[in-house]
Design a protein around this ligand. Structure first.
Ligand code: DX5
Ligand code: ZN
Length: 219
């Protein structure tokens, strides 16, 4: 499949969010990635369902919500009401991950599980046949603009192999430190959805940045 690009609004200019989202659409973005942080699971605080609701008003792109929060089960319904198309929870924040995935699916949206750089794939292997997305963190969550951690690459390769061997429906999403100089390699080892923040928003033109990223893996 052609890899999907999911710009993370964490790095966008919040004084002109609608315009930035429109530029993402014109640049061929496939999803909009929302990084929700609560100041507990990760040190920063970002935003909640109210921003998801605002984004939903100005785009038809699927909204991919990444919950970097404790007790994520408490925020599934609010984000569903706010228009989320997928909700991804961290395995590290769930005592009952299988039940959380079931709850997300009961709302008729897609369910994802994220794992931090130090968390082994074994932690989520039993749930892989149930989820629509595995979000492999290639940075320690909390901030945009960090360096890609190569520990993520082995997980991407293994997931791509398991996907084939076990005939899994899940998409392999990778999140953090991805830019025009490493995206081709990351796609080459099996990444299917690429979250990009700084590489899209922090310099130059959003559309050109997205086109440049796509050019790297369409070579
Ligand atoms: C970090 C977030 C990532 C981050 C990616 O916790 O989950 O989505 O915003 O941003 P870049 O692409 O700048 O590393
Ligand atoms: Zn994210």
């Amino acid at each position: 499949m052609t890899p999907l690009l999911a710009p993370s609004l964490l790095s966008a200019d919040f004084t002109k969010l609608e315009d930035q989202i429109k530029q993402c659409e014109q640049g061929g973005a496939d999803w909009i990635h929302l990084d929700v942080m609560d100041g507990c699971f990760v040190p920063p605080i970002t935003f909640g369902p109210i921003i998801c609701q605002a984004v939903k008003k100005v785009t038809t792109l699927p909204i991919d919500v990444h919950l970097m929060i404790i007790e994520p089960e408490r925020q599934i319904e609010p984000f569903v009401q706010a228009g989320a198309d997928s909700v991804t929870v961290h395995v590290e924040s769930c005592n009952h991950l299988h039940r959380v995935i079931q709850t997300i699916h009961s709302k008729k949206i897609k369910a994802g599980v994220a794992l931090n750089p130090a968390t082994p794939l074994a932690m989520i292997e039993p749930i892989l046949s149930e989820v629509d997305l595995v979000l492999v963190m290639s940075v320690n969550p909390g901030w945009g603009g960090q360096q890609y951690l190569s520990v993520a690459s082995e997980k991407i390769r293994t997931l791509a192999q398991w996907k084939k061997e076990k005939n899994l429906k899940l998409l392999i999403e990778v999140d953090g430190g991805i830019h025009q100089n490493n995206i081709q390699e990351i796609v080459g080892i099996g990444a299917e959805v690429i979250v990009v923040g700084n590489a899209v928003f922090h310099h130059g033109n959003i559309q050109e940045n997205l086109n440049e990223l796509r050019k790297q893996f369409n070579k």
